[in-house]
Design a protein around this ligand. Structure first.
Ligand code: SAJ
Length: 401
């Protein structure tokens, strides 16, 4: 193979398929034998539009092969998870173990690239580790950090068309990495150093988190002030230099709600706004759960009986089936913990069944519930007809159109 891709998850697999479609031999590596087996059968283990065709084509033509161990190649890509330990310490152990696995295979002139979201300084750390183990290769390898910035649900398009930031540990490495990506990426390749590229990835997601926190803060203020926050934001955004994002039931997913902590952990005194934004966005989910609790009590006082409640949406954002790190799921769990013999309908149109939650179709839930709580702005929920007598808690703005 020419390329080793370590980590065949949400980013690694689509990237491996894209490189392979370009008629470059890719040897994909994953610690999970089930993932390896699935891919070698031309199938995929994740949900992402157009990925299945890309993988089955790459595998059937022989350009993509998966294994649990790496072999020697010219280019090594590290695309493994970097989780956050107990929300206060980034865990780069998967990057380190992936690096250790390929150290014995490296030769002069090889290209080593980290794509995983990483704390600033990780690439330098891995470079030191490599040269400690292989001192004869010192300064003879090309080492770079090149973050991805694709949006789940639109990965196959964005992988090719988004601009990329390419940060080498020296000029030669940057040039080598840029030449590698230019083979299959149509977006512009912006060259910088490794530390700037590492920080750039963290800052992109922190920027979005801070902007969403602003919108969520407005939603709390407007709730007290008796103002429709969505109307307010739409009006404020008519100003040519104002562009406020949408409030919601909190921020989820595996990136925006995590990456800011990588900055806060290393620069706690300096990252005041970034840290506060995380608090606001987490608090928003808690606040939504409290609102449901209050609505329940209010209903009971008014009607002298317990309400039936529809909880609309479980995914971490609209129109996807991904429930990991989802604020909507957190709110549903919290509401169910506080349940006191009320009847609940749980709705998630993007999945058929769930091992914990019994799911109901959205129309039945809306028809039968007394209180309807919109958590995620799925397309099915837009313009859904609701009797005026019902109590609505709209945390995602779907009933505004
Ligand atoms: N959200 C709001 N209000 C908004 C926009 C989003 O509450 O106005 C919420 C969503 O409901 C969701 C969360 O924010 O819970 C994150 O969703 P998202 O669509 O903003 O982003 P992700 O997590 O799917 O993907 C992000 C993207 N980063 C940016 O837009 C800066 C993507 O480009 C990155 O590649 C990805 O993180 C990543 O892998 O880092």
């Amino acid at each position: 193979p020419e390329v080793i891709m370590i980590g065949l998850g949400y980013i690694g697999l689509p990237t491996a398929a894209l490189i392979a479609q370009n008629k470059t031999y890719v040897h994909g590596v994953d610690v999970n034998p089930l993932v390896v087996e699935t891919i070698n059968a031309g199938k995929i283990h994740i949900v992402e539009p157009e990925l299945d065709e890309a993988v089955s084509e790459a595998v059937s033509q022989g350009y993509l092969k998966a294994d649990t161990k790496p072999v020697a190649a010219d280019t090594y890509l590290i695309v493994v998870p970097t989780p956050f330990k107990d929300k206060n310490e980034p865990d780069i152990s998967f990057v380190e173990s992936a690096t250790r696995a390929i150290i014995p295979l490296l030769k002069k002139g090889d290209l080593y690239i980290i794509e995983s979201t990483s704390p600033v300084g990780t690439t330098e750390k891995m470079m030191k580790l490599i040269y400690e183990e292989r001192p004869e290769l010192k300064n003879k390898l090309n080492i770079a950090y090149c973050p991805e910035r694709v949006l789940p649900g639109n990965v196959m398009h964005e992988l090719v068309h988004n601009d990329r930031v390419i940060g080498g540990i020296d000029q030669k490495s940057t040039e080598k990495a840029a030449a590698f990506y230019s083979q299959f990426i149509k977006g512009a390749l912006h060259k910088t150093n490794a530390r700037t590229a590492e920080m750039c990835k963290l800052v992109e997601n922190s920027s979005r988190d801070v902007q969403i926190a602003f919108a969520n803060e407005l939603s709390l203020i407007c709730d007290k002030a008796g103002i429709n926050v969505w109307e307010l934001i739409e009006l404020a955004n008519k100003h040519p230099r104002v562009n406020i994002l949408q409030p919601g039931c909190g921020v989820g997913g595996h990136c925006i709600a995590v990456d800011p902590y990588f900055i806060v952990a290393d620069y706690p005194m300096e990252s005041q706004i970034i840290g506060k934004a995380r608090e606001i966005n987490n608090y928003k989910s808690f606040w939504c759960a409290e609102k449901v609790q209050n609505a329940k009590l209010e209903f009971q006082l008014q009607h002298g009986r317990k309400p039936t409640i529809a909880l609309m949406g479980l995914a971490f954002k609209p129109n996807i089936d991904d429930l990991r790190e989802s604020p909507a799921k957190y709110i549903v769990q919290k509401v169910l913990q506080n349940a006191n013999n009320e009847e609940y309908y749980i709705v998630e149109p993007n999945i058929d069944s769930h091992k914990v939650f019994k799911l109901t179709n959205y129309q039945d839930a809306v028809n039968n519930a007394d209180i309807i709580v919109f958590l995620v702005a799925h397309k099915e929920f837009h313009n859904v007809k609701i009797l005026e007598s019902k109590m609505i808690l709209d945390f995602c703005g779907v009933t505004n159109e």
